[in-house]
Design a protein around this ligand. Structure first.
Ligand SMILES: Cc1cc2nc3c(=O)[nH]c(=O)nc-3n(C[C@H](O)[C@H](O)[C@H](O)COP(=O)(O)OP(=O)(O)OC[C@H]3O[C@@H](n4cnc5c(N)ncnc54)[C@H](O)[C@@H]3O)c2cc1C
Length: 417
């Protein structure tokens, strides 16, 4: 049985930073990663550019059953410390409206530099090896717990400290398949049911094929089946063949996901003309009808809305795209304007874990000490990253959570080891 001071389960963002922090104090660290390479998910972040943090930070940017858990941890190691640490590694920040990217504009440079840092600290890295179980190791004489036995698909290890950083269930193609939950639960921890977050929403509407490919500035509000407003956001909406996507939809999707997981039927209300009132739109459409009376109903929207969105809007209102504008009754114009401002869409599903960027839910944070990320149930056991019941909003907050929790866990495990 191989013996280690600190074993880190999972070599994603949280596991890598935990290993770097732990080795700061000279601890002997082993990372075990099931994929063929470390940080595969980092490469996919920020559309390949890695939005690794955000200059704007507040407690509302982090969600979970105990939202203050993340905020308290961020006071110990937050955005400022992350940016400075990354600068010390050679990763210079590039600010796009508060969203922070590496100056090189490449996610691969973050993964590669972190990997180079790991090599320089002498961290041992095992890839293509999956952890299947972990158990308490008891001292035969005293009967006291003094470490863990970790079983992989290849070997058996003894470690004094164990950091579980295996991620959640989102985007399993990058390695996070939820297997860490079972390991943590085997050690006595409980789970807040994981559901997909930061995802598109699927709609059961005939018109979605018409709008596929369109984008527009707008806002979305997520409502529960009972009609309670759960969350709202605005920005660029993206229309796809099966439903609706874009950052505002991602931001509200966690609440939709929660409702769907309870068997409820949540819905979205969309405003595709956020800078105009309903009255102004009616007025504008009546003027256009008069000016372009010999043209079709679809034609009077030119310059106002994306053509594909117009086709979907007209279908939703039960009208015809080709019908001459002069035959369009005022009541229909009023209906079109009302839908443009309050477009209701019943959501049947999200993109699921395959399409989600992050997991909402995870290991219960009430069982973890935010000062050290150590388990309150089991000595020498630490957690970091998305495996915990914390999900950030879109904009660099999920990676920030991985850096924050990973760094704190690594320092604490390294000190004690
Ligand atoms: C497409 C996409 C884009 C994103 N863009 C951004 C962005 O721009 N900004 C942002 O802040 N967030 C972004 N996120 C979210 C962010 O990437 C994650 O929240 C973050 O990477 C989580 O880090 P982690 O280390 O906790 O988990 P992960 O990155 O999932 O790493 C966990 C690691 O553990 C390994 N593992 C799992 N189980 C085992 C096991 N049993 N044994 C051994 N190894 C195991 C996995 O292979 C994986 O490498 C994005 C996510 C996706 C999918």
């Amino acid at each position: 049985m191989e013996r280690r001071e600190i074993l880190i389960a999972g070599g994603g963002a949280a596991g890598i930073i935990a290993a770097l922090a732990a080795s700061e104090n000279g601890a002997d660290v082993l990372i075990i990663e099931k994929m063929g390479q470390l940080g595969k998910k980092i490469l996919a972040t920020g559309n390949g550019r890695c939005n690794y943090t955000n200059y704007y930070q507040s407690e509302e940017c982090y969600r979970g059953e105990e939202p203050l858990f993340a905020w308290n941890a961020l006071q110990k190691f937050g955005m400022q410390q992350t940016v400075e640490l990354f600068k010390s590694y050679g990763i210079l920040p590039y600010d796009r409206d508060g969203y922070v990217y590496p100056l090189s504009g490449q996610a691969s440079c973050i993964r590669d530099i972190l990997h180079m840092q790991l090599k320089s600290t002498g961290t041992v890295i095992h890839t293509d090896e999956k952890i299947v179980d972990a158990q308490l190791y008891l001292n035969k004489k005293t009967g006291k717990q003094c470490g863990f036995t970790v079983l992989t698909d290849k070997h058996k290890y003894f470690t004094k400290k164990l950091v579980i950083a295996t991620g959640g269930k989102a985007s399993p193609i990058h390695g996070s398949d939820g297997s860490g939950y079972k390991i943590a639960m085997g050690l006595g921890h409980s789970l807040v049911t994981p559901i997909p977050a930061l995802s598109s929403c699927m709609l059961d509407e005939k018109y979605t094929k018409d709008w596929a490919g369109a984008r527009t500035n707008g806002s979305v509000m997520a409502y529960s089946e009972e009609g309670c407003l759960m969350c709202e956001d605005s920005g660029e909406l993206q229309f796809v063949a099966h439903g609706i996507s874009g950052i505002p939809v991602f931001q509200v999707s966690r609440y939709i996901s929660k409702e769907l997981s309870k068997g409820k039927r949540p819905y979205l209300i969309m405003d595709i003309m956020p800078f105009y009132s309903e009255k102004e739109i009616v007025c504008e459409l009546l003027n256009r009808k008069k000016k372009y009376s010999i043209y079709s109903t679809g034609d009077i929207f030119k310059g106002l809305l994306n053509n594909r969105l117009v086709a979907a809007l007209i279908k939703k209102c039960g009208l015809s795209l080709k019908k001459p504008a002069k035959e369009l009754p005022e009541a229909s114009i009023k209906k079109l304007a009302a839908v443009m401002k309050n477009w209701r869409m019943d959501v049947i599903d999200t993109g699921g874990f395959d399409k989600a960027q992050v997991t909402c839910g995870g290991i219960n944070t009430s069982e973890i000490n935010f000062d050290t990320m150590e388990s309150k149930i089991c000595n020498g056991l630490y957690f970091a990253g998305e495996i915990l019941d914390i999900d950030g909003i879109c904009g660099g907050y999920n990676l920030q959570w991985a850096w924050t929790s990973g760094y704190i866990a690594g320092i604490a495990a390294g000190k004690i080891a």
